[in-house]
Design a protein around this ligand. Structure first.
Ligand SMILES: Nc1ncnc2c1ncn2[C@@H]1O[C@H](COP(=O)(O)OP(=O)(O)OP(=O)(O)O)[C@@H](O)[C@H]1O
Ligand SMILES: [Mg+2]
Length: 251
């Protein structure tokens, strides 16, 4: 399980997350939606301790991420897959080498690492792309390569930052199915940060709407679909005029 209790994070006096409480039971997926700049990526980074929370606790599988010493942190991170918002592949390495990297870091022998990387690439529909460089792939293919790298070591925790943003609806549906299948097969506990409400409703057991760094609403996909809350409706219907300040959901 992943649990955030009273998590706050700011930068230079500006508060981004304020007293956030969230719980993701083992084997479930939480989607976090919210406008651009509301702190969604910051939240994920606090879970992986790429950023330190200023206050509160982040617990991952019973371990306090904020208090973890370097060894404990390595152990926690080795059980975690992180899909970065902008794919973040190593440009000078092939797709195959990128996907193998987490296995190599854990000392998996090269032939086995290669075999497992190829199997995962096959799974994300990139079977023929192991020898390509990231620059040779489309945006959607790079996203899928980023997912392959995040899941190759069969993590217990999966953190996805905008896995489908900017992709066409067909590629989005493919990635959504992939996320659902991986959750089923790995039994992983996941957080999916997304602008894409349809994607959130498809992949998540629970959906949390962040607004101005606070948890505004959380509910099952059905509860979110049926909600009469104006902010939730603005998201579900994609209507910018429903936002209190008359500006649309980001990007
Ligand atoms: N390392 C950092 N240093 C200073 N400010 C930061 C840092 N990271 C994020 N911020 C600020 O925190 C706020 C929230 O950023 P964050 O990236 O979490 O937004 P987001 O909800 O993921 O937005 P988007 O939907 O556009 O990805 C922004 O105002 C951003 O400028
Ligand atoms: Mg972000």
């Amino acid at each position: 399980m992943i649990r955030l209790t009273g998590v706050s994070k700011g930068f230079g006096g500006t508060s981004v997350l304020t007293g956030l409480d969230l719980e993701v039971p083992t084997g479930t997926t939480l989607a976090v939606i919210g406008r651009s700049g509301t702190g969604k990526s910051v939240l994920l980074k606090c879970v992986a301790r790429l950023l330190y929370a200023d206050a509160g606790f982040v617990m991952v599988g019973g371990e306090d991420v904020g208090q973890a010493d370097p060894r404990a942190l390595r152990r926690i991170r080795s059980r975690m897959g992180y899909v970065f918002q902008f794919a973040a592949l190593f440009d000078s390495m092939t797709i195959g080498e990128n996907v193998e990297a987490p296995l190599r870091r854990e000392g998996v022998p090269p032939t086995e690492a290669r075999r497992r990387a190829e199997a995962v690439l096959e799974r994300v529909g990139l079977g023929g792309s192991a020898d390509s460089l990231p620059a040779e792939l489309s945006g959607g293919m790079r996203k899928r390569a980023g997912i392959a790298r995040a899941v190759v070591a069969e993590p217990d925790y999966l953190l996805y930052d905008e896995p489908t943003t900017g992709l066409d609806p067909v590629t989005t549906a493919v990635i959504d199915e992939l996320m659902v299948g991986l959750k089923r097969d790995l039994g992983a506990t996941g957080i999916v940060v997304t602008h894409d409400i349809r994607s959130a409703l498809r992949v998540a057991d629970s959906v949390a709407l962040l607004h101005e760094g606070r948890l505004h609403t959380e509910g099952t996909p059905q509860e979110i679909r049926d909600s009469t809350d104006p902010l939730v409706r603005a998201f579900v219907e994609g209507k910018s005029e429903l936002w209190p300040e008359h500006s649309g959901p980001g990007r």
